[in-house]
Design a protein around this ligand. Structure first.
Ligand code: BGC
Length: 316
């Protein structure tokens, strides 16, 4: 019985993870660092919806394991895929991916996790991701607007906003730049704040919940939570609801995932900055059509190897 169930699961996976309308279509391999990542799930759906009519595709999920991803990558290379979209587990690994792809004349599009190597020197590899500095600035603009309109409850009446930051994965360019730029911009905007803690929760809702528990002693003093993504913001929401039954501070996220936007509707999260999946997918499609079909969109700058897409503020 166990065997039959595993077999059914395997078949379902194979059907879900590849798509083909026509055998003559060019083949695209897609590598995703973790299939449990909420944002990447929505991103992958959007990429698939955009390419599936015109290209054959297969997806490999790495479960945050670089060795697994490398073997999936080699598999696509050996099977002569025409292009590989890489959401790298370890950004340091990207250099060896670029080298191997060039030896085999296969273009790469890195997405969301920026390669730490000389993409500009590569023949035909690209990066598509969010403009994370801009995201940090927009989060600071949200805080400025809240201060101006007295929307943050000053629990201890000191005129200073007691703040914590929930940070994504260390060394991920989005966690680092969003955090640094947010802090810098608050200073430039003359916002009086006190940073009580920066807590790393690796983009994950459950880990953010646990981090909030660790910060429990200071919870009564916190007036603002700024999170590097919506999922960690939701982890904070979960904890505050469990502890107090209500949320009496302001929370800001990033991404605009479906669950993040719902939380804004329900007044649990105050605002988010989008990590624009539609615009990023469009850029991926344009680069793909250019590399695999020679289609040129005169409005698109193919010289720019780092396509950084700006987000927008969403609030109620
Ligand atoms: C997103 C996170 C996501 C991470 C994955 C970030 O840009 O904001 O939600 O978990 O990318 O690499």
């Amino acid at each position: 019985m166990k065997k039959i169930i595993s077999y059914i699961i395997l078949i379902t996976l194979v059907v879900l993870l590849s798509g083909c309308k026509n055998n003559s279509h060019k083949k695209i391999g897609i590598l995703i660092y973790d299939k449990e990542d909420t944002f990447m799930k929505e991103y992958l759906t959007s990429v698939i919806n955009t390419i599936e009519e015109e290209y054959y595709y297969e997806v490999g999920f790495a479960d945050r394991n670089q060795l697994k991803q490398t073997s999936q990558f080699i598999n696509f290379i050996d099977r002569k895929f025409d292009l590989i979209i890489v959401n790298a587990v370890d950004r340091l690994q990207s250099g060896s991916f670029i080298e191997k792809a060039e030896q085999n004349n296969i273009p790469l599009i890195f997405i969301n996790r920026e390669p730490q190597s000389l993409l500009n020197d590569s023949k035909n590899s690209y990066y598509v991701g969010s403009d994370s500095k801009n995201t940090g600035l927009l989060q600071a603009n949200i805080v400025k607007e809240m201060v101006t309109n007295n929307k943050i409850k000053d629990k201890n009446n000191d005129g200073i906003i007691q703040t914590i930051i929930l940070k994504g994965e260390q060394s991920h360019q989005d966690s680092e730049s969003r955090t640094i730029e947010f802090i810098d911009s608050l200073g430039k905007l003359d916002v009086s704040y006190e940073l009580l803690a920066i807590s790393v929760a690796n983009w994950d809702r459950k880990q953010a919940f646990d981090k909030m528990r660790e910060l429990d002693q200071m919870l009564d003093n916190i007036e603002l939570i700024v999170s590097n993504n919506d999922d960690m913001a939701l982890g904070a929401v979960d904890y505050l609801k469990e502890k107090y039954g209500e949320i009496d501070l302001k929370i800001i996220g990033v991404d605009g995932t479906n669950s993040g936007l719902n939380a804004i509707d329900n007044n649990e999260i105050y605002a988010t900055v989008t990590n624009d999946i539609v615009a990023q997918t469009e850029a991926i499609k344009k680069i793909t059509d250019y590399l695999l079909k020679g289609i040129i969109d005169s409005d698109f700058n193919y010289e720019e190897r780092f396509q950084l897409i700006k987000g927008e503020i969403v609030k109620k």
